[in-house]
Structures are given as structure tokens and as C-alpha cells.
Design a binder for this molecule. Structure first.
Ligand code: NAD
Length: 272
């Protein structure tokens, strides 16, 4: 049996050179911010996510040109285990697997529990939770063989606390925090770490649309909507940025002893 030599040296950003980083759901928002941070740190980045093929290609080419990194795109549908398996097999064949796996793809639906559409429940659980199980189980053998791997799950403050009307999202995010801990325990001696980032509100196009929508719906000025509606639970009263999420992900990729952690990045939300 081949026993891999475990590399426990801290990995400065520059030392992500040559690592292959797959970021699911990285055609926009937090995923794209994390993909950019890994590209800037020298990793070879694989983007994934939905989007118009022309726009996705522009995004890919832009990221490659502005960072000098090699950037690929894998068009897998994260709601479908067969599609995920095909992507992971392709990455194994082309690159020998992934070194850094960021499970970030996620969707939301808001409705009271007794009126929550069952098909939305299934979709949210599939994309926000089961996809991470499938990518992780398929990424682990190559990580173990190399004795190095980083798995970063983008959970949410809603992985630690609940809000009404978000049953599927809160269940999926609590679930991925649990999956993070199990993965960390099972890989702890293999040079692999698994952690979750638990953001509060992060400023993305989706959040901007919510500000506009809520301002119209309540007839409130934008600043009131931000402070009293969206950031009602968030003590620091400001949105985090996707660049900050990227920096946290790169930090976790360079920290061999941090594993099994659900790290709040929520401006104090879960300190309540
Ligand atoms: P976003 O809508 O900007 O990005 C979501 C990404 O997931 C997109 O690239 C989209 O194409 C992709 N995606 C959706 N369904 C997919 C599918 N079936 N297959 C492949 N890709 C799919 O959202 P975001 O705000 O950047 O959220 C990213 C992650 O961060 C999510 O898991 C979300 O729950 C989490 N999060 C976001 C916030 C926030 O305030 N924005 C806060 C906490 C956690």
C-alpha cells in the first residue's frame, strides 16, 4: 500500500501555484469572488455555474486575462448527480482530480412551511447540500492519493441559526455544516481539511435586486431597507464583499490545522 507523505506546511497564497481549484456556482457572486482570489493566488481555476454560454466564455476569458491564471469552465448542473459525476470524472481524466474544492452553488426560495412547494424543497436540498456530498465523495480519492486537499463549503449564517420562511435553505445549510464536520473527521489524517464559511449578507447582484424589490414593496428609502430589513439581524450593518469571501477561502486553503470549522463571517449575527 502506498502511504502518502503528508504536507503540513502552511501554504502562503503564492504557493497555490499549480493547484487545481474547482468552485461550483462561480459564474456570479461569491463563487466568482472566490474563483478570482484563487486565480490571483496562482491556482488553475475551474469555473462552474449556469449562464448564457457567450457570457460565461467572456467571464472565463476575462478572469484568465486579468489574473494570468489558467481558467476552465465545467458546465455541470449541480442539481443532477449524473452531471456532477461526469464533471468530476472529466477533471480526474484531464487534471488528475481537484486539489481545492469549493462547494458554493446555491439557490433560495422563501415561503411559509405549509405553503413551501415540495419541488422547491427538493431543488434546494439537491443544489445546496447533496451536490456537495457528490463532489466531495468523488474528489476524495485523488486528494488522499496526493496527501493534500482543501474542501471549503460555502454555508451561511443560516447554517448556524434560523430565520422564518427559509425552511429548505436553513435545513440545507445546517446540513452542510454537519457534512463539513464529518468530512473533516474522516480526512483528518490524510492532509485534507474541510471547513465551512458562514457568511451573513454579502453584497452580490442578487442582494442588490432584493434592496430594489423591498424598497418598492415597502415604499421605504434604500438606506432604511438595507439597515432595518435586510441587515436587521446583522450587528455591523454593512454587507460583506465577495473579495472578503475570496480572501477567507484562500486563507483556509493555506491553513493545514484548521479543519471541521464553521467560520461565521456575519458581522456578529450569530453572536446574538
Ligand atoms: P448567486 O446567485 O450570485 O450565485 C449562485 C451561483 O450558483 C451562480 O453561479 C449560479 O449559476 C449557480 N447555480 C445555481 N444553480 C445551479 C445549478 N443547478 N448548477 C450549477 N450552478 C448553479 O448567489 P451568491 O449570493 O453568490 O451565493 C453563493 C453561495 O453563497 C450560495 O450557496 C449562498 O447560499 C451562499 N450565501 C450567500 C449569501 C449572500 O448574502 N449573498 C449569504 C450567505 C450565504
Amino acid at each position: 500500500m502506498n502511504i502518502p507523505v503528508i504536507d503540513t506546511r502552511p501554504t502562503a497564497a503564492a504557493r497555490l501555484d499549480g493547484k487545481v481549484a474547482l468552485v461550483t456556482g462561480s459564474t456570479s457572486g461569491i463563487g466568482l469572488g472566490i474563483a478570482r482570489a484563487f486565480a490571483e493566488a496562482g491556482a488553475r481555476v475551474v469555473l462552474n455555474g449556469l449562464g448564457d454560454p457567450g457570457e460565461v466564455e467572456r467571464l472565463r476569458a476575462d478572469l484568465a486575462a486579468s489574473t494570468g491564471a489558467t481558467v476552465h469552465y465545467a458546465p455541470a448542473d449541480m442539481s443532477r448527480p449524473d452531471s456532477i459525476a461526469a464533471m468530476m470524472q472529466d477533471l480526474l481524466d484531464r487534471a488528475g482530480g481537484v486539489d481545492i474544492l469549493v462547494n458554493n452553488a446555491g439557490v433560495q426560495h422563501v415561503a411559509p412551511l405549509d405553503r413551501f412547494p415540495p419541488e422547491k424543497w427538493d431543488q434546494i436540498l439537491a443544489i445546496n447540500l447533496s451536490s456537495a456530498f457528490h463532489t466531495t465523495r468523488l474528489a476524495l480519492p485523488a486528494m488522499r492519493a496526493r496527501g493534500w486537499g482543501r474542501i471549503i463549503n460555502v454555508a451561511s449564517a443560516h447554517g448556524l441559526v434560523a430565520s422564518p420562511f427559509k425552511s429548505a435553505y436553513v435545513a440545507a445549510k445546517h446540513g452542510i455544516v454537519g457534512l463539513t464536520k464529518v468530512t473533516a473527521l474522516e480526512t483528518a489524517e490524510d492532509g485534507i481539511t474541510c471547513n465551512a464559511i458562514c457568511p451573513g449578507y454579502v453584497y452580490t447582484p442578487l442582494v442588490e435586486a432584493q434592496i430594489e424589490g423591498q424598497a418598492r414593496a415597502h415604499g421605504l428609502p434604500r438606506e432604511r431597507v438595507v439597515r432595518d430589513v435586510l441587515l436587521a439581524q446583522q450587528p455591523n450593518k454593512r454587507f460583506a464583499t465577495v473579495e472578503e469571501m475570496g480572501a477567507i477561502a484562500v486563507f483556509l486553503a493555506g491553513a493545514p490545522s484548521i479543519t471541521g470549522v464553521a467560520l461565521p463571517a456575519d458581522g456578529g449575527w450569530t453572536a446574538h
